[in-house]
Design a protein around this ligand. Structure first.
Ligand code: C2O
Ligand code: CU
Ligand code: CU
Length: 511
């Protein structure tokens, strides 16, 4: 019986290396017999908590090295099932949805940084599902991509996800199977990783934003996967909710400081939020703390899957209401909600005198001088020349593709058998230049890592902004850098779900 730990190498930088990541999280066994084989397995599992069985996870991800469930214990359980929601906040839930634990959004999971957590996911839908822990740097086998990192969770089955979140911050979870419908019908929730030392605020609040397309009867409109929408801006809805209901007022108190965690859990809607008469200070992007800064024009740009944490000092007048406006789409501005001040006396007369900066996370700093560089060009979509203008020699895996990255399209939710676009060496630093040759906006997301956003159209991006999802405006060129320290076949895709499904997706192999 031979257990082989792959990638036993150090990057010598003192940062968390590939070795540590593996040792902390998993062991690869090359010999399938080990799964049945008695003592040694239990020794390993008790120490490591779970085992990846099967051959060659990193080298040949398609050979289904599925995680073996080594435990029945869990800290949290979420059940995906059909349910009903009251999206307008009325007393009777009337909209048929798919929900985690009967709620939209799903329950907010609060876990602790550097503390192992096990989350059981039970599938009571009538179709396969998985859960992807968006933005968490976790072992490949826990990433929740069906066919690539695990077998799908079949109806009636359960899967226990197990990982140790290295980073504190605002993350979220959602299915990575039949994503258009499963996210579009309500399956999404916030995953908050708590800092060891919380920052000083009066309240820590979450706005999990969702965008629904409702028909006149208040039911979720059919027509998911419309080919015309897929080549344009995707399935943008007509009803935006905060924490599951359309919101007119968010009660606040004068003088208080709020940490507001914003998550855009929509399929396709991009948001640009303004807090009238208020000055939000951005303290984290995609969960990763940045140098606190006031965004240009007070505008918070939030594409699908993106998160921003802001500090808001409530300096408005008691008894007044201040709109929060989303004006991303030309001519379609609407009030998302209002900051509605109670009549109480201010909590304090001047803003709280405490630092806003959050403690930084243990992200490995890329070595920019020694980094290897690659270009990824986003192509396709509706353009002057038709849907596939600019995509030459495109090769689709299944069905129709309307988008491509470097001329290749991977469509759907992810599956085994896709050749990686690039193979990166574990422990090495990389700079990726993302070039948007299309006429559309794309929030581009990389699994399993956070990257430092270096520049946009040649100008340096200030305030140390890390992310797992970076927005590209039409024709944008963005440079990001990261240390490829997490072995696996990681998806890189646009988080406008229709774009992902129609080909704006690829795989980076780290081996
Ligand atoms: Cu939010 Cu492929 O992920
Ligand atoms: Cu992700
Ligand atoms: Cu896109």
């Amino acid at each position: 019986m031979s257990c082989v730990r792959t990638r036993l190498k150090s990057n010598g930088s003192g940062q968390r290396s590939c070795v540590d990541r593996w040792l902390m999280t998993s062991v690869i066994c090359r010999n399938r017999g080990i799964v049945e084989g008695g003592n040694k397995l239990s020794v390993i599992t008790s120490r490591r908590a779970f085992v990846l069985a099967g051959a060659g996870l990193v080298a040949t991800a398609r050979m289904a090295p599925w995680p073996v469930q080594a435990t029945n214990r869990y800290d949290h359980r979420i059940v995906a099932a059909p349910g009903r929601a009251s999206l307008n906040g009325g007393p009777t839930p009337t909209t048929d949805v798919w929900a985690y634990d009967g709620q939209v959004p799903g329950p907010m999971l609060r876990v602790r940084q550097d503390t192992p957590v096990r989350i059981a996911v039970e599938n009571r839908l009538d179709q396969d599902t998985t859960v992807h822990w968006h933005g968490i740097r976790l072992p490949f086998a826990m990433d929740g991509v069906p066919g690539l990192t695990q077998p799908p969770i079949k109806p009636g089955e359960r899967f226990i996800y197990e990982f140790t979140p290295p980073d504190a911050g605002t993350f979220w979870y959602h299915p990575h199977a039949n994503s258009l419908q499963q996210i579009g019908r309500g399956l999404a929730g916030a995953l908050i990783v708590e800092e060891a030392e919380p920052v000083a605020v009066d309240r820590d609040i979450l706005w999990m934003l969702a965008d629904w397309r409702l028909n006149p009867e208040g039911q979720i409109a059919s027509g998911f996967g419309n080919a015309m929408e897929a080549v344009m801006s995707g399935r943008v809805g007509n009803t935006v909710t905060i924490n599951g209901t359309v919101s007119a007022d968010q009660p606040v108190r004068a003088g208080e400081r709020i940490r507001l965690r914003l998550i855009n859990g929509g399929l396709a809607r991009i948001m640009a939020l303004h807090f009238e008469n208020h000055r939000p200070v951005v303290v984290a992007v995609d969960g990763q703390p940045c140098e606190p800064f006031e965004p240009e024009g007070g505008r918070l740009l939030l594409g699908p899957a993106m998160r921003i944490d802001v500090m808001l000092d409530m300096q408005g007048e008691p008894g007044r209401r201040y709109p929060v406006i989303d004006d991303f789409y030309d001519g379609l501005a609407y009030p998302l909600t209002h900051l509605t001040y109670g009549r109480q006396l201010p909590l304090r007369s001047a803003p709280l005198d405490a630092p806003m900066a959050l403690a930084i996370n243990p992200l490995p700093m890329p070595d920019l001088a020694g980094a290897e560089r690659h270009e990824l060009t986003l192509q396709g979509g509706m353009a002057g020349g038709g849907p596939l203008a600019g995509v030459g020699g495109m090769q689709a895996m299944h069905g129709a593709a309307a988008w491509a990255i470097n001329g290749m399209s991977m469509i759907g939710d992810g599956h085994g058998g896709m050749a990686p676009l690039l193979t990166l060496q574990c422990g090495r630093s990389y700079v990726l230049t993302l070039r948007n040759e299309t006429a559309w906006w794309h929030p581009m997301h990389l699994h399993g890592h956070s990257f430092l956003v270096l520049s946009r159209n040649g100008s340096p991006v200030p305030h140390r902004q890390w992310g797992d999802t970076v927005m590209l405006a039409p024709k944008d060129r963005v440079e990001v850098a990261f240390v490829a320290d997490n072995p696996g076949d990681w998806m890189l895709h646009c988080h406008v779900t229709d774009h992902q499904m129609a080909g704006l997706m690829t795989i980076l192999r780290i081996a």
